[in-house]
Design a protein around this ligand. Sequence first.
Ligand SMILES: N[C@@H](CCC(=O)N[C@@H](CS)C(=O)NCC(=O)O)C(=O)O
Length: 213
Amino acid sequence: MMTLWGRKSSINVQKVLWILAELGLVEGRDFERIDAGLHFGVNKTPEFLALNPNGLVPTLRDGELILWESNSIMRYLAHKYADRKRFSLDLAQMAASDKWLDWQLTTLWPALRIPFLGLTRIPEAERDYAAIHKTFQESNQLLRILDDVLSKEAYCSGPNFHLGDIVLTLCVKRWFMLSDQYPDKTGPRAELNHIARWYDQICKSTQFTKAVE
Ligand SMILES: N[C@@H](CCC(=O)N[C@@H](CS)C(=O)NCC(=O)O)C(=O)O
């Protein structure tokens, strides 16, 4: 049985939990999950560091294979369970999706994680609202790129839901939620209607709301 280490509240663990659910894999039957990270600890123990020297979650063990990096784990699972035909592994489709996985990791999340951590983990009195506001605006600008794509396509990489949509939805979920954390409850979130339509569709037609708490 595969083992996944990671707390359910982590965006990167949620990517893996969601793809496992899309592939029809069930916790307790097809994989076991061990809570790790933040208050659960575990991820800095010598045993864990021997598996993942970064001391981060998610980490997956499948037989002899130890994997870390959430997007790599997603690609591995999509290929391993190709027979379930949930995600097309066509070369062009995978490449179109892959670019969004890279963009999420290298471009969107580095901007969005600053208001996310600032507004959810740092006590109000210690928050740097100037930095939070600036990076929230940068996130708005980046998400306009996605919104523009979604004005022409149903999903980020074409007509079908794919891996890129999973990682972007989890960022957008946090972006939606952040405005509520502002003291005046408005926040600087831009109106991006194509993203709103796409997000609603994903809530209705995928395992998102069941897999991600
Ligand atoms: N690039 C890595 C980043 C992993 C990462 O930063 N994980 C965070 C949770 S989202 C973590 O383990 N933080 C330490 C903790 O939770 O204690 C990935 O995509 O898997």
